[in-house]
Design a binder for this molecule. Structure first.
Ligand code: SF4
Length: 614
């Protein structure tokens, strides 16, 4: 199988057994890699009765088709399972060096089944996997865990993914973390890992990825590298990282503040990417093969939250979710929150939003200090926020409520419509009233409100893909259904390939590299069709887990206009966009599933019966 290592490792934690299996060639051809193949295996191994925290829920790690090949920013991997957080389809996308090293260790992916009776970790070196005792690692945070494993093998290039205390304590919003603060975030994949008592996976190897035409691949990869290096997005991301969006976000009314009730907090400039670059930034880190290096290393040298050593800085989502969303604009404090949240290993978007929702409910008198264990929740209170982070990670006290997420909180306190979430996943820090396309993207995304499964707001901002016709329009317009669907298909494809969002290269380069790697001879239309196939597979899977059309909507709080802001009082016109989107997608308006004819057009005939599609 050119382009693939051709092998997955199947780990049965109940029996403590390890077995190599050939990668399913048809799945690779149809669903490419990463989330596409992971979801296809999930469909084989789970069903509507699968308990997300039971032994039957598989946890599936899969590298992208191009991950580790040396093309620009080809670093990404996906982990998928039924989500304990949303209860629907769940996956999470990670970067850094784990995906590439997984392939060098001899595997395209790892399928983890069952549940261990004691803490273990998986170590793979040059194609030889072993399950090891993790008793001494249990209780350590993610930084300590990674360091301890590297020390054990005296090898800083051992690449580790792991959970922190949040995953061990079965906090539903737990992440899987890797080096330099990179996470596979959202949807609680770390909680699934914790339920299996799997503390970490560590990989190391020297294997080469087989290529159909290696010389040609290298030539195309060099060209793509040049395209990425000379791009405008690369310059911005290298200088300021994702935090560079803060200043633009303030102008657009796209830095959600005070739990999404105001569009911006002007003091947020104190935590912007530009301020960080000028005052705190001492370096960058980069994922495998990435010429961009968007990750910031900060040194806060003064004030209450000064650090002894430089630390990895917060990304945009964390900056806003633990900053203006809570009415905090203190760079030292947000940096500390970031270090704690990543160390404990939980979702910074959902965590910040849950804390923000608690502040919001407290202000309205819906909850009181009796509910919070004596804590008074006041906007901007850094000390209380620090306590809440601890409680979430420990899954204790009021943290027990917060770790369940805002959908469950809204039900508990009888405030339906006021939790800013879709399908149980909190809306990220791009407001659907600032970019109305994001309303549709959030409402239809397969794992819940998700800015990473569509580039729609980036398209509106001029960072789309002209080769595909993804060009900017009116950010408040209601003609977004075709653009959102296309951007979701494209993102499904690039996630399956293992390409980072920020690596801007021509579609031709991507097609050339796929062909030189696999020998398939595909064209742009064929790869876009594969992108749609993956998106629709995930849609059918999430419907299998219980999603229906009533879940495809924004909450009432998202439809409250905010005038006198960069949002100019706009809200997404969902009643126009959603039927158009259903039509484009070929979704049944009663069940929400892709229709039989759409599944067959995409070559998924054999899955029609699996998903009970009429
Ligand atoms: S742009 Fe950033 S996240 Fe993407 S591959 Fe490069 S360093 Fe990693």
């Amino acid at each position: 199988m050119n382009g693939y290592m051709g092998k997955v490792l199947v780990v049965d934690l109940t029996k403590h057994e390890l077995k190599d299996e050939p990668l399913n060639e048809q799945y690779a051809r149809d669903f490419i890699g990463g989330g596409g193949i992971a979801c296809r295996y999930l469909v084989d191994l789970a069903n509507e009765k699968t308990d997300p925290l039971g032994p039957d829920n598989p946890l599936i790690f899969m590298a992208g088709l191009l991950t580790g090949t040396g093309g620009p920013s080809f670093s990404r991997w996906v982990v998928a399972a039924r989500s304990p957080y949303t209860t629907f389809y769940g996956d999470a996308n990670g970067a850094a060096h784990f995906g590439s090293e997984l392939r060098f260790s001899g595997y395209d992916g790892i399928i983890v089944k069952g549940k261990s009776d004691k803490p273990v970790y998986l170590y793979i070196k040059d194609g030889k996997p072993q399950l090891k005792d993790a008793g001494k690692l249990w209780g350590k945070n993610t930084y300590e865990t990674i360091e301890a494993i590297r020390k054990e093998y005296d090898d800083q290039r051992t690449r580790v993914v792991c959970i922190g205390q949040a995953g061990e304590n079965l906090a539903l919003l737990a992440n899987i973390m890797t080096e330099d603060g990179h996470c596979a975030g959202r949807a609680g994949m770390g909680c699934v890992m914790g339920s299996k008592k799997l503390k970490a996976i560590a990989v190391r190897g020297k294997a080469k990825i087989p290529m159909a035409e290696p010389e040609k691949f290298r030539e195309f990869a060099r060209g793509a590298m040049e395209e990425v290096k000379t791009g405008f997005v690369t310059t911005v991301m290298h200088e300021t990282g994702t935090a560079g969006w803060v200043d633009s976000g303030i102008a657009y009314g796209d830095t959600p503040s005070k739990y999404y009730t105001i569009a911006t907090m002007p003091e947020a400039t104190d935590i912007s990417g530009v301020t960080q670059a000028e005052k705190y930034q001492v370096g960058n880190t980069a994922c495998f093969g990435c010429p961009i290096g968007c990750r910031k290393v900060l040194h806060i040298k003064e004030g209450r939250f000064k650090t002894e050593k430089p630390t990895e800085g917060p990304e945009y989502e964390t900056l806003i979710a633990w900053g203006p969303l809570l009415m905090i604009a203190d760079m030292g404090a947000v940096n500390r929150f970031n270090t704690l949240v990543n160390g404990y290993g939980f979702d910074s978007i959902s965590g910040g939003a849950a804390v923000g929702f608690a502040y919001y409910l407290y202000e309205k008198g819906v909850i009181t200090s009796k509910d919070t264990g004596g804590l008074e929740l006041k906007w901007g209170d850094i000390d209380v926020t620090l306590k809440l982070i601890d409680l979430i990670a420990k899954n204790e006290g009021f943290g027990k409520i917060l770790q369940e997420g805002t959908k469950r909180m809204a039900a508990r306190y009888n405030r339906p419509g006021e939790a800013m979430q879709v399908k149980g996943l909190e809306v990220p820090m791009h407001d659907p009233r600032a970019f109305c396309c994001m309303g549709l993207a959030y409402a239809t995304s397969n794992r819940g409100a998700d800015h990473n499964k569509s580039d729609a707001y980036l398209v509106e901002n001029g960072m789309g893909n002209p080769d595909l016709g993804l060009n900017p329009g009116d950010r408040f317009g209601d003609d977004k259904a075709p653009m959102v669907a296309l951007s979701q298909d494209w993102r499904s494809l690039t996630d399956a390939l293992g390409i980072c969002h920020f690596a801007m290269m021509s579609t031709k380069s991507i097609v050339d590299m796929i062909n030189a790697s696999t020998g398939w001879g595909v064209d742009q239309d064929a790869i876009l069709k594969a992108g749609e196939r993956i998106f629709q597979l995930m849609r059918a899977t999430t419907c299998m887990f219980g999603v229906t059309p009533k879940d495809d909507q924004l909450p009432e709080i998202a439809m409250r206009p905010i005038v006198d802001s960069g949002q100019e009082g706009h809200v997404p016109n969902m009643s126009k966009m959603m039927p158009e989107y259903y039509e484009i997608r070929g979704w049944d308006s009663n069940t929400g599933k892709p229709t039989r004819s759409r599944m067959e057009t995409l070559g998924m005939n054999e899955l029609v019966r699996t998903f009970a599609i009429r």
